[in-house]
Design a protein around this ligand. Sequence first.
Ligand code: HH2
Length: 276
Amino acid sequence: MFWQTTRFCIDLAQPRVMGIINVTPDSFSDGGQHASTRAALAHCERLVAEGADILDIGGESSRPGAPPVSLDDELARVLPVLDGALTLGVPVSVDTVKPEVMRAALERGADIVNDIHALQAPGALEVVARHAQAAVCLMHMRGEPATMQERPFYSDVVAEVDAFLRGRLDALVAGGIAAERVVLDPGIGFGKSVEHNLELLRRQAELLAIGRPLLLGWSRKSTLGAVTGRAVGERGAASLAAALAAVQRGAQLVRVHDVAATVDALKVWRAAGLGE
Ligand code: HH2
């Protein structure tokens, strides 16, 4: 399976690592560490040197209760980092829900739009459709970041995520975006309890029947804190285990903070023949 992006066709015969760059003061996992353009660019270079297959740049935290970021602030955070990242020889994704940020990023040559709202904002789908080669990651979220963790309810979380992702994929294809450009993400931690997230991991392979690659973002998420009893800064080992479990259950892409460790773990996973 391949993922067609603006500049690169990504071969998903082996699992790929998307490295996270949060150009934010307040991300739940690494807020403030890469908030300046210089620090964020240095982090991009480091992640590529560590073996990241894709860089994912975000300028607005989606953690529960994060304050909204204005369009101007988000553009000012993301675009200079994007310009630098585009010179590093790997596909670059922009993590945003704003169609204006998508448009500006795609005009500058971004390869991928990663949208936790799955292109549901008015105009978002049209912006991506206008860039014939650009790729998109559609993520499932129940509710909005501010309130999404207040008693999330599903009668069958896997079936409901599956139906949502299928519906959004159909809407994109109807809007002129080729299915080959789309990957799907069940959205770990977005309007889901610990049990919902773990159910999605156990039954993740069911989502492969949709027919598009799966991207999973377990890195440092609170469910791993619930399982291990560890604070966010101590969830590296748990994140690695979750990434491998996701890959073992068929994920073609993992979105992670700790790229070097994940790349090493996947090398061992492949050497053990687990990917065959
Ligand atoms: N998780 C976060 C942000 N964007 N995108 C996708 N496709 N999948 C995810 O699981 C996902 C995502 C949240 O993690 P992080 O970027 O570390 O934190 P914050 O939103 O606080 O910046």
